[in-house]
Design a protein around this ligand. Structure first.
Ligand code: GSH
Length: 219
């Protein structure tokens, strides 16, 4: 019997709401139908207890009994071991899930995150730095991902944790209209985020941060 607790911030500014990485964990837990609790740590005052669970002072982390796990990819792999809704049993598909999970984080997010941060901060103004990251994302990642996603519904045969990570990574690019030239990537994000587990995870994250706003008003 699992005893799962997801920890996230108590509050974040409006801009990242809906995109805080606890959504990846919520989404996986909802797909698997695993019961869990959500706890909060202060966004503005990160103490030693926080750093003991997440060495960079970030979120999310998950505790499973006395085991504490940080990094959304590691957390999703842990949950995948608990539910075949997240990880197919077939050895080839199992291997493909791990391959695509790392590709989402280490190949696509590695390119999409600097691009998104430049978009977010308004530094997408044609400087050589911007052109480098824009080209890197489009020419070296999305251009190659597009035919892959045009040819399949999900990355590893059937829906898995690899899709949670890839769709969440692409969702942030889509937020800044970066998928306009990649219809298969856009359709994939739409297909993934239409799943009831994502819809619930997203609503729960939004409600979690909205509750912090109303508590601040009361106090
Ligand atoms: N690689 C980490 C990244 C975690 C991360 O970037 N968390 C963000 C929220 S989405 C955070 O805590 N940001 C606050 C900060 O970096 O100080 C993971 O996937 O878990």
């Amino acid at each position: 019997m699992s005893n799962l607790t997801l920890t996230t911030f108590d509050w974040v500014p409006d801009m990242p709401r809906g995109f805080v990485r606890d959504i990846r964990v919520r989404w996986a837990l909802e797909e698997a139908g695993l019961p869990y609790r959500v706890e909060s740590v202060p966004f503005s005052d990160r103490d030693a207890g926080h750093f003991a669970h997440q060495p960079f002072g970030q979120v999310p982390w998950l505790t499973d009994g006395d085991l504490s796990i940080f990094e959304s990819g590691a957390i999703l792999l842990h949950l995948a071991e608990m539910s075949d809704a997240l990880m197919p049993g077939d050895p080839r598909e199992h291997s493909a899930v791990k391959e695509w999970l790392f590709a989402a984080l280490n190949s696509v997010e590695m390119a999409s995150l600097p691009w998104s941060l430049l978009m977010f901060s308004g530094n997408n103004d044609g400087t050589p730095g911007w052109r480098f990251f824009d080209g890197f994302l489009h020419q070296h990642r999305l251009k190659h991902l597009e035919p892959v996603l045009a040819a399949r519904e999900w990355l590893a045969g059937r829906f898995s944790v690899a899709d949670i990570l890839m769709a969440d990574v692409l969702r942030l690019v889509d937020r800044f209209d970066g998928l306009a030239d990649y219809p298969a990537c856009r359709t994939y994000v739409a297909r993934a985020t239409a799943r009831p587990a994502f819809v619930k995870a997203h609503a729960d994250q939004m409600a979690h941060f909205a509750k912090a706003d109303s508590n601040a008003v009361v106090n």
